[in-house]
Design a protein around this ligand. Sequence first.
Ligand SMILES: O=C(O)CCC(=O)C(=O)O
Length: 278
Amino acid sequence: MTERAREGTNDVEAAAEQIGRLGSAVLRRVFDATVVQSLRGMTADLFAAWEARRDQGALEAMEAQHLAGGTIVFRSLLGTRPGQVFIMAALQEFVHSQAFDVYRRLFGDDIAFLLDVCQMRRQDAADTGPHVPYHQDLSFVGTGFRILNSWITLDICGPATAAPGLEFAAARVIEDLRPSPATPPVTADRYFDRIEIDPSALRQRLPESVWQRPDLDAGDAILFDQFTVHRTLAGPDQGARRTSLEFRACQAAALPADHALASRLLARCDGTAVAFSL
Ligand SMILES: O=C(O)CCC(=O)C(=O)O
């Protein structure tokens, strides 16, 4: 066991400033224990339901592929009533959290959640497929606008714990580091072999000092943009399951209507309430 890494902040302004500078920040206690417990139960039920649907041959090919990687995306969840209930519950909690205050600070009051790339994900030693290798999420969108992911863990995770966490580079990177940017853009599907960045090239490019490997409590978040290099961080004896939610969103006006990621849910904030429209 290593000493637990406690980097991170509860301060929205500090998080927004760090994201502007370095593309990422750790934000503590985005969800409290009650919210975590409720969302965790719903994710467990939904994974069980999706596994049953897979076994009945009722999933689309891409949905089955996502599930093999431990993932269910929000657009897929929207297709069932329990999935819709979960999305609205999760989004309600999210838009009332400090994480959403960071989005509002960066993007203003009209924010688009990208339904093809908002997701729930499970990671453990046994049955959720490979750990995700070094990659950037959506670097193909370029520098025109920022997509910010809030990766929120529903379980204690990180190097000093029993469950795999996340490693990421807190560094100003504004280019697509994928090995062959000429390959077709990766959109909703995530083929690791097309997005994996060579670790030795990364070590040359990004010094050890920028790499963060936080230990996180359930409800803590890592916020990062489309250029942030990250991967699953798992040691050999970290067999415990970790479930996480990922809310990827951008300034609504920045997303062209014909964009590959245009499947979105608009959240409009009037200062006191948030209204959603598809
Ligand atoms: O949850 C993880 O371990 C990795 C998730 C990730 O890298 C991603 O969804 O882009």
